[in-house]
Design a protein. Structure first.
Lengths: 111, 115
């Protein structure tokens, strides 16, 4: 069974204080790993897709990396508007594009 | 990415009634859509895969007679919660699969409260 574990469960940062979120996964064969951002009471917003170990993608203050066992979402000099829950999901080969989600990391960035 | 809408955004109903939730792909023809439910501070749980013109595929443990899914066109999928009970109260979210990108784009969600 595919499993996704995210840590920490919650993270509080001061504005400008960089950090990383972790997503560990167990999957029979990885087709893709996805990062989403979710604001309270809203649907997830797509951020990145990573397909192979060693791959990196960046968007503004966010950078996602992938190894064979985990992915990291690095947040550089965060701002209060980066406060949200960040979700990681894996897509296994042969699963018709289905996603298995982790429980997310709730990030709060304060002034 | 694809723009997805859901209607209604919030619904409150009495126990025993049925509720229909619509999911529309506004700028993309979606052969495949997904329905999820999410409990507070919990992960998104896939309920079913909705395929245009065919029967939905339900995940293990999801009652297909209780959660009726219809995907009659390339832009609309509906989820009907039949004979709703308080334990069906949840946040229901749909997504559209963009095949060319192998990515899912999500709707804003529907908050269902059953009294």
């Amino acid at each position: 069974e595919d499993q996704v574990t995210q840590s920490p469960e919650a993270l509080r940062l001061q504005e400008g204080e960089s950090s990383s979120l972790n997503c560990s996964y167990t999957v029979s064969g990885l087709r893709g790993l996805f990062w989403y951002r979710q604001d309270p009471g809203k649907g997830p917003e797509f951020l990145f897709t990573l397909y192979s170990a060693g791959e990196e993608k960046e968007k503004e203050r966010l950078k996602a990396t992938l190894t064979k066992k985990e992915s990291f979402l690095h947040i550089t000099a965060p701002k209060p508007e980066d406060s949200a829950t960040y979700l990681c999901a894996v897509q296994a080969t042969g699963t018709a594009s289905k996603l298995t989600f982790g429980t997310g990391t709730r990030l709060q960035v304060t002034l | 990415g694809a723009v997805v809408s859901q209607h209604p955004s919030r619904v409150i109903c009495k126990s025993g009634t049925s509720v229909k939730i619509e999911c529309r792909s506004l700028d993309f023809q979606a052969t495949t859509m997904f329905w999820y439910r999410q409990f507070p501070k919990k992960s998104l749980m896939l309920m079913a895969t909705s395929n245009e013109g065919s029967k939905a595929t339900y995940e293990q443990g999801v009652e297909k007679d209780k959660f009726l899914i219809n995907h009659a066109s390339l832009t609309l999928s509906t989820l009907t919660v039949t004979s709703a009970h308080p334990e069906d109260s949840s946040f229901y979210i749909c997504s559209v699969l963009a095949f060319s990108y192998n990515e899912q784009f999500f709707g804003p969600g529907t908050r269902l409260t059953v009294l």
